[in-house]
Design a protein around this ligand. Structure first.
Ligand code: 2RA
Length: 347
């Protein structure tokens, strides 16, 4: 029969998008079981045009499940993913709990589908949304040119921080709309008060050079994730990576600027050819005609969009580019669904 899929964390920001994506892709699934915290159990959610009741997370909830996609906090994943795996499910986990475990593959189907086959713990990890927002384009360039170093800056949407992030931006925008705030030091902060939600500073009328928690020597956890995960996915454990992660007042779709240095000289013509034909990538790059991707245009779409492609002025081996993608789709839910489909196809 057709495989049974469980969606664990079905009511969250990413879980909601998982259900939408499952409702629109070719339907390869038998039962789709929705699982969430006991607080959400009993709610009904639409998937494939039907209302499905949410079950509470428990051992029995995994009975007969072939593949379980998890989008839950790290400590919940750490506890429950091994339980689901012990019951015979292949777990596709979107938390940070297993990504750097050497016995857990970290998979982006367009880049390293082969890695999904070797999963001794029964767990496959889904990368962080910031890594995923650039890695399909970067992976295609690496396959042809051989990546040697990466410098990146992110422009991250508030939905990366879940529903609370989106609520915070909306409330702050309501407080500053129609005012003349943003003209004297601290005026936005005073208008917003303590209402900074998951962010350390106001995000409306602002940019905040911070995402995640503090790590050693002033780096943020988000910056370390981009570095560590890119190295693992590309199979370049020593790749020099410098990242600065920044939160911007965008609801959904992460963007990044990349400075990528390769083994030898590169040409924009060849890079355009690679990106124009790479699966999952759309090259939208004609600045003379005002054409480059922006979050407002790419939100709700599946591909990684690339614009502003240039060769570095002072280094013929390096490219500059701007990438943009929906952090809830390819950045999280879509990649997890693609990995689940890969497993079903026998990868
Ligand atoms: C963010 N990548 O955007 C993080 C969390 N998934 O906040």
């Amino acid at each position: 029969g057709r495989p049974t899929l469980a969606v664990v964390g079905a009511t969250g920001a990413v879980g909601t998008v998982m259900l939408q994506i499952l409702s629109h892709r070719a339907d390869i699934w038998g039962e789709i079981r929705l699982i969430a915290s006991p607080r959400s159990a009993g709610r009904k959610l639409a998937v494939r045009g039907e209302q499905v009741e949410v079950a509470a997370l428990s051992e029995e909830a995994f009975d007969g499940v072939d593949i379980a996609m998890f989008d839950v906090p790290d400590e919940i994943a750490e506890h429950w993913a091994p339980i689901a795996a012990a019951k015979g499910a292949v777990v596709v986990d979107n938390s940070g709990a297993f990504r750097m475990d050497p016995e857990v593959p970290l998979v982006v189907p367009e880049v390293n589908a082969h890695a999904a086959r070797n999963r001794p713990r029964g767990v496959i990890a889904n990368p962080n949304c910031t890594t995923l927002s650039m890695i399909v384009a970067l992976g295609a360039l690496h396959a042809e040119f051989g990546l040697r170093a990466l410098v990146a800056s992110s422009y991250q949407a508030v939905s990366g921080a879940g529903r609370a992030g989106v609520e915070t931006l909306r409330q702050q925008i309501a407080l500053v709309a129609g005012t003349e705030l943003g003209t004297t030091p601290g005026d936005v902060r005073r208008a917003v008060g303590d209402n900074t939600g998951p962010f350390p500073e106001p995000v409306a009328l602002n940019v905040v050079p911070w995402a995640g928690d503090l790590r050693a020597d002033g780096w943020s956890s988000e910056e370390m994730k981009v570095r560590d995960e890119s190295r693992k996915i590309l199979g370049l454990p020593k790749l020099p990576v410098a990242v600065t992660c920044v939160r911007v007042p965008v609801v959904t779709a992460h963007s990044l600027t990349l400075h990528a240095r390769f083994e030898g000289e590169v040409t924009v013509a060849k890079a355009r050819e690679i990106l124009a034909t790479a699966p999952g990538v759309v090259l939208f790059d004609d600045p003379g005609a005002g054409e480059f991707p922006t979050p407002a245009d790419v939100v709700g779409t599946d591909p990684t969009w690339v614009g502003r492609l240039r060769r570095a002025l002072d280094d013929p081996t390096a490219l500059e580019l701007f990438v943009c993608g929906d952090n809830l789709r390819k950045g999280s839910a879509l990649n997890a669904v693609q990995v689940a489909e890969l497993v079903v196809r026998g990868a």
